[in-house]
Design a binder for this molecule. Structure first.
Ligand SMILES: [Zn+2]
Length: 212
C-alpha cells in the first residue's frame, strides 16, 4: 500500500456533481442509532458511521444492520480520548482495539479514521499512515450534540452544504438528541435540490500510488 495518509486529511471533496457525505460519530447507541437508520432507509440515503469501540462492543447487531443497509463504518477510537499529546503507542492501541471488534463482527476492516474532536497532529498523521487509515474531518458541523432543536440543526446543514461537503452529525448524544428529527427536515430538502448522498469511500479519489 502507498502512503495513504498523505492523501488526507479530508475536510471536503472536490465534486463537480452534487454529491455529499453524511457522517455520524460516537455510536452505536441503542436508542438513537435505530431511529437514524430508519430515517436514512426511508429516504434511501447512505451514510458513514464513525464508531467508538467501547460502544460497538455491546451493539454488534446495530453495526451489522449498518453494513447490511449499505452504510460504511469508520474507526473513531476505542474510548474517545482527547488526542492532543497522546503517544503513538496509545493511539495505535485505541485504533487497533476497535479494528479488532469490527473484524470479529464480519471480517470488516475499516480504512477511514475520524479523530475525536478533529484533533489532527503529526502523531496522528504518522500513526494513521502506519496503520493504513485515511483521516476524515468535516465541512459542516451541525453541533447536534449540544441538544439544538431539529430546525436549528437542519438550518445549519441547509445553509452550509455545497457539492463535496462532509456533514458531521452524532448518533450517540448524552440525553435526548434531535438528530433523527432534523434528518426528516434536511434530507428531503437536499434531495429536492438535486443532492445525492454517498459514503466517504465512494468520494475518495483513487490513489495514484496504487496505480488505480
Ligand atoms: Zn466523537
Amino acid at each position: 500500500m502507498g502512503s495513504a495518509a498523505a492523501l488526507g486529511p479530508y475536510r471536503r471533496f472536490e465534486s463537480c456533481e452534487k454529491k455529499i457525505c453524511l457522517t455520524f460519530d460516537d455510536g452505536p447507541d441503542k436508542r438513537n442509532t435505530p431511529e437514524i437508520l430508519d430515517v436514512l432507509s426511508e429516504y434511501g440515503v447512505k451514510a458513514t458511521f464513525f464508531v467508538i469501540g467501547s460502544n460497538a462492543e455491546g451493539n454488534l447487531p446495530l453495526l451489522r444492520r449498518e453494513l447490511e443497509e449499505g452504510h460504511e463504518i469508520g474507526n473513531h477510537t476505542y474510548s474517545h480520548p482527547h488526542l492532543k499529546g497522546i503517544t503513538e503507542e496509545a493511539l495505535r492501541g485505541e485504533i487497533l482495539k476497535t479494528e479488532n471488534i469490527l473484524f470479529r463482527l464480519e471480517e470488516y476492516r475499516p480504512r477511514l479514521f475520524r479523530p475525536p474532536e478533529g484533533v489532527y497532529s503529526g502523531t496522528v498523521a504518522k500513526t494513521l499512515e502506519e496503520l493504513d487509515y485515511l483521516p476524515i474531518l468535516w465541512t459542516v458541523d451541525t453541533q447536534d450534540w449540544r441538544h439544538l432543536s431539529a430546525q436549528k440543526i437542519a438550518d445549519t446543514v441547509l445553509r452550509n452544504t455545497k457539492p463535496g461537503s462532509i456533514i458531521l452529525c452524532h448518533d450517540y448524544i448524552s440525553g435526548k438528541g434531535h438528530t433523527a428529527e432534523a434528518l426528516k427536515i434536511f434530507l428531503p430538502e437536499l434531495k429536492k435540490q438535486g443532492y445525492t448522498f454517498v459514503t466517504v469511500s465512494e468520494m475518495i479519489p483513487p490513489d495514484p500510488a496504487n496505480g488505480e
